[in-house]
Design a protein around this ligand. Structure first.
Ligand code: CA2
Length: 150
């Protein structure tokens, strides 16, 4: 039987992870994030679809794909967190657990990072755990499928 998919979606500039601002985002790369998510998912018999885009519409399309193909979504919308009603509306059409992840603690940073269009419809929000936040979110979706979290 094929494993069920958890979609891990990443917004703009996260392809640059590990190349600068290590004091804010750590030194791991997006490839490291993908490897971590795949390991945690495999431990729980799930598969990961891992994506990144620098374009808002492409992130919307990824969410549309996840609507029918995923059992849960982990999303770091990056800067679109603070600007995108389109991404929020796309996520609102997904009937599954959605975890919003931020590598940094956005609430300790500039005021414009304190508001998220996504948080109000997310199942959970994780900020400031570094890339471990992705692992926690993948684990939370796995547990919710096992009906241990609602
Ligand atoms: O803390 C996070 O994960 C953020 O979503 C990252 C976004 C930022 O706009 C959010 O406010 C918080 C920025 C992603 C850009 O990441 C880079 C990493 C290294 C070098 C350049 C960009």
């Amino acid at each position: 039987m094929n494993s069920q998919n958890i979609y891990v979606l990443n917004g703009p500039n996260l392809n640059l992870l590990g190349t600068r601002q290590p004091e804010v985002y750590g030194s791991e790369t997006l490839q490291d994030v993908e490897t971590l998510c795949r390991r945690v998912a495999a431990e729980n018999d799930f598969a990961i679809q891992f994506r990144q885009s620098n374009h808002e519409g492409e992130v919307v399309e990824m969410i549309h794909e996840a609507r029918t193909e995923a059992v849960g979504i982990v999303i770091n919308p990056a800067a679109y967190t603070h600007t995108s009603i389109a991404i929020r509306d796309a996520l609102a059409s997904c009937d599954m657990p959605i975890y919003e992840v931020h590598i940094s603690n956005v609430h300790r940073r500039e005021a414009f990072r304190h508001h998220s269009y996504v948080s109000g419809l997310a199942t959970g929000v994780i900020a400031g755990l570094g890339i471990e936040g992705y692992a926690a979110a993948v684990r939370a979706i796995s547990l919710s499928r096992a009906k241990l979290i609602r």
